[in-house]
Design a protein around this ligand. Structure first.
Ligand code: HSE
Length: 437
């Protein structure tokens, strides 16, 4: 049977990894897909740049639109990133009746609703396993493997750069900036590393995971997104003393009438699985009503780890070419007419424990006043820590963990505490996350 012809957009880290995996594992891929796969055409901004892969027999072009409109291309593999040009290219490819495989989380999170609708109309597939958690087959796990469940929550470390920074800050006492520079040199960070450290990359991925978990449209703008740039060595150490580690989690959870969608640094109990995912590794826990808690761990970035997911999608698309397209797995796992616009809860409605750190005067009655103001809002303190003043100044740091509380109630109580004259500067808080059961 004739080979399936691929057009590749982008020959960067993941592009080169994809070429290498397709070549090295060609025999296994053909055995699985039923047809061989051949890259016939590829685009790159700089055609003279040396590439980390063998491009023998591949037509190289500078204009990516040549790839998506090429007559011999049946499947377009989009690996250029960004959400603007890639959107135009993917919509053009769909219009041309070509299937698409993409690793582009920003593209799917921001324009997925439009892209899937266009693909549905045109009867082509858009596969995006590599967009979330690199090599971990988490899309397939939720969309297909857990299809019998009502998903209650998922929580994950879905940005390797952020996890690398927090791990090094905790285990080596290194500074934020120093570790970030290393992550960039290792090729894990996004082109704009604020996407990593400010949680935007993780929010893109969480948007996608929430849609396939709950059967809701992609709603990136509704994700409460906080980065890790405000996490200090002091917080890392206090968390450790209290038996916790600070991790940057993406959390999607059913609660009452809606869902929580949030990306933020949280305190995770040190014995919990997610607290022990270190370095650039990713991990996602998914809780289904039937299966209970499940966990998926692996490399969330890197050339061949991401290529692993890209090539798996290519295999799926090739299998589809010989199957009945009417019976394919829907893009978000739910039938398009069954997508529900679930309410995304405002942060004030979220119920969880909190870590609170404040600098206060070392005077009698201060702790009593703080706990009294918390008690007025029925907020219970689970743990409290205060060390002797270190220098001549009469200020001390008080750190507390609260029991579960509605965030709106906590914010009100903290603003009353903040207005007391004994509070020296702003009160810092982070949520505590328990996601093992
Ligand atoms: N910058 C991302 C990360 C790459 O650090 O996880 C994979 O999406």
């Amino acid at each position: 049977m004739e080979s399936v012809k691929i057009g590749l957009l982008g020959l960067g880290t993941v592009g080169a990894g994809t070429v290498n995996v397709l070549k090295r594992n060609a025999e296994e891929i053909e055995r699985r897909a039923g047809r061989s796969v051949e890259i016939v055409c590829a685009s790159a901004r700089d055609l003279n740049k040396p590439r980390a892969c063998d491009l023998d027999g591949v037509r190289l072009v500078a204009d990516p639109f040549e790839v998506v409109t090429a007559n011999d291309v049946e499947v377009v593999v989009e690996l250029i990133g960004g959400a603007s040009l890639s959107r135009e290219l993917v919509l053009k490819a769909i219009e041309q009746g070509k299937h698409v495989v993409t690793a582009n989380k920003a593209l799917i999170a921001l324009h997925g609703n439009e892209i899937f609708a266009a693909a549905q109309d045109r009867g082509v597939d858009v596969a995006f396993e590599a967009a979330v958690a690199g090599g971990i087959p988490i899309i397939k796990a939720i969309r297909e493997g857990l299809a019998g469940n009502r998903i209650e929550w998922l929580a994950g470390i879905i940005n390797g750069t952020g996890n690398f920074i927090l791990t090094e800050m905790q285990s080596e006492g290194r500074s934020f900036a120093d570790v970030l520079a290393e992550a960039q040199a290792l090729g894990y960070a996004e082109a704009d590393p604020t996407f990593d450290v400010e949680g935007i990359d993780a929010a893109h991925k969480l948007t996608i995971l929430a849609s396939i978990a709950f059967g809701m449209p992609l709603r990136f703008a509704d994700v409460e997104t906080q980065g890790i740039s405000a996490v200090t060595q002091e917080d890392v150490q206090y968390a450790e003393e209290l038996g916790y580690r600070i991790k940057h989690l993406g959390i999607a959870k059913r609660q009452g009438r809606g869902v929580e969608l949030r990306v933020q640094p949280v305190l995770v109990p040190e014995q919990a699985l997610l607290a022990n995912v270190n370095g650039v590794m990713n991990a996602v826990m998914v809780h289904g009503d039937a299966v209970g808690s499940t966990a998926y761990y692996g490399a969330g970035a890197g050339a061949e780890a991401t290529a692993s997911a890209v090539v798996a999608d290519i295999v799926d698309v090739v299998r589809l070419l010989t199957a009945d397209p009417g019976h394919k797995v829907p893009h978000l796992g739910f039938q398009p007419h069954a997508i529900n616009d679930l309410e995304v809860l405002p942060p004030s409605e979220i119920v969880c424990g909190h870590y609170i750190r404040m600098r206060v005067a070392d005077e009698s009655g201060v702790l009593a006043k703080i706990s009294g103001l918390l008690a007025e809002s029925d907020i219970n303190i689970d743990a409290i820590q205060q060390k002797e003043p270190e220098g001549p100044e009469d200020d001390v740091t008080v750190v507390m963990l609260t029991d579960e509380v509605r965030e709106g109630d906590l914010a009100e109580a903290l603003s009353r505490i903040e207005s007391q004259s004994f509070v020296r500067n702003g009160i810092k808080r982070m949520r505590v996350a328990h996601f093992d059961h």
